[in-house]
Design a protein around this ligand. Structure first.
Ligand code: SUG
Length: 447
């Protein structure tokens, strides 16, 4: 039976803003307090899904999480109705209130780590929501993601939805942003690559300026939970120099698709040696070669790799066996990135096309096209077993577009949350989106 890669993208929420919340994420810091456009953020995400779906790629959609995160606000001692809670929180804990109102759940690559059933020894697909504990504003996503995945992957004969790893520094996990898979094609058992940046807690990190977000202990636990065969698991250490230059996740400097591994020279530690081992491992496993495309620092200096997000492009297999590089428009305005893409297309490898796409509202917070999607490789019978409401199609797209246009603001500042009508609009938007996707929204998360 054919296996397809289904890209799950998440819609931005009505409180999308630039909080400067992520230390080590250069765009997030640079754009702190810049005025945001939640409507444009959601529409850019939706248009991206439509573009890829129109091109024949399989697409699914995840709904926004409710924000502000009233559950946390209540746990922190704020009570009353939604408006009163927001008033007290904005007055007493403005910085925390920004974190609890962030739309950071939109970067679906961080929502979970996914293993296709073919990789797992119980022949089920496994999904573990990421605990995201390094950044407080992201740590509040994990429980809600788990509940969403339980609704979407509810068929227990086919899917296993795990709980997030224990919420401690030693198990810090950022999901698929530090996870890659290599295989001759999506339906083949894959070699999973886990990229870690500290052995356990933060005292073991090598980066000197910025935090390392993925622990080796977390990677080990994920491989165990997903029942992966040991000789199909490879662990690589992220280059701390790249982290200190703004590659807070490995997907800022590397991407794989089937048998192609596109990466920057500084993506992993001891890269020359590790790539040699990987080549050999792949060839011994499959009797075929992988195609490694390593872009040198001379060709694309690390600072340009980070500002252009070339490696955060999506790499997608086309029916003719070639691949599409789906890159952010920022690569067009960076001379080095533009030239590096031309060189990739001109060279002998499966990537023969590049399409540029505007996801500027996401990019301004450090999220490129690949951050916005979670790759889920499924056989057709597994696709049929998914919650059907989340499968992307033109009708769904038009319905969501009209909800976004009705309720999402074109500008947002935290003070807007003091307005009763704005809070009502946020609730209506979410209620209608969930209804459209036929998903349950858990009442206790709403204000
Ligand atoms: O975790 N930005 C996100 C960006 C995540 C990108 N995802 C991947 N690389 N897969 C982060 O740093 C910034 C929010 C703010 O500053 O308002 C933020 O959370």
């Amino acid at each position: 039976m054919t296996t397809y890669e289904v890209n799950f993208d998440c819609l931005a929420g009505p409180t999308h803003h630039f909080g400067g919340l992520s230390l080590g994420n250069l765009a997030s810091y640079k754009n702190k307090s810049r005025s945001s456009n939640p409507r444009a953020a959601a529409l850019q995400g939706l248009n991206k899904m439509k573009f890829l779906s129109d091109r024949g790629f399989k697409q699914a959609i995840l709904p926004p999480h409710p924000r502000p995160h009233f559950l946390s606000l209540k746990k922190l001692g704020f009570n009353g109705n939604a408006q009163q809670i927001c008033e007290k929180a904005l007055k007493n804990i403005p910085a925390l209130f920004s974190k609890l109102s962030s739309s950071s759940f939109m970067w679906a690559a961080n929502a979970a780590t996914f293993s296709p059933s073919i990789d797992s020894q119980d022949n089920k697909a496994h999904i573990t929501p990421a605990n995201l504990i390094t950044m407080f504003h992201r740590s509040i996503e994990a429980d809600f993601s788990q509940q969403l995945f339980q609704q979407i992957f509810s068929d227990k004969n086919k899917f296993v939805v795990h709980a997030p790893l224990p919420a401690h520094d030693i198990f810090s996990d950022e999901g698929a942003a530090n996870h890659n898979r290599l295989c001759p094609n999506h339906g083949h058992k894959g070699i999973q690559i886990f990229v870690w940046s500290k052995v356990a807690d933060s005292s073991s990190q090598k980066s000197k300026i910025f935090p390392a977000r993925q622990s080796q202990l977390a990677c080990d636990a994920l491989a165990r939970l997903h029942l992966l065969q040991q000789d199909f698991v490879i662990k690589l250490e992220q280059n701390p120099f790249a982290i200190d230059n703004g590659a807070f996740h490995n997907d800022v400097v590397a991407v794989t698709n089937e048998s192609v591994f596109l990466l920057h020279e500084y993506a992993v530690l001891d890269q020359e040696q590790k790539l040699k081992q990987l080549l050999l491992h792949y060839e011994t496993t499959y009797g075929k070669k992988i195609c490694i495309i390593e872009v040198s620092n001379q060709e694309l200096p690390i600072k340009d790799a980070v500002s252009s997000y070339l490696f955060n492009s999506q790499l997608l297999s086309k029916p003719d066996g070639n691949m599409l590089l789906f890159a952010p428009t920022d690569c067009q305005s960076n001379v080095h990135a533009k030239q590096a893409i031309k060189n990739i297309i001109d060279a002998k490898n499966p990537i023969n096309e590049c399409a540029f796409f505007d996801v500027s509202q996401s990019m301004a917070n450090g999220g490129g096209p690949a951050c916005l999607r979670l790759r889920i490789a499924l056989r057709q019978d597994e696709i049929n077993a998914l919650h059907p409401g989340i499968i992307f199609n033109d009708r769904l797209c038009a319905q969501l577009e009209s909800i976004i246009e009705r309720y999402y603001p074109t500008e947002f500042i935290l003070e807007d949350l003091l307005d009763k009508n704005f809070l009502l609009d946020c609730n209506y938007a979410l209620e209608e989106i969930y209804k459209t996707l036929d998903l349950k929204i858990l009442e206790n998360f709403l204000g």
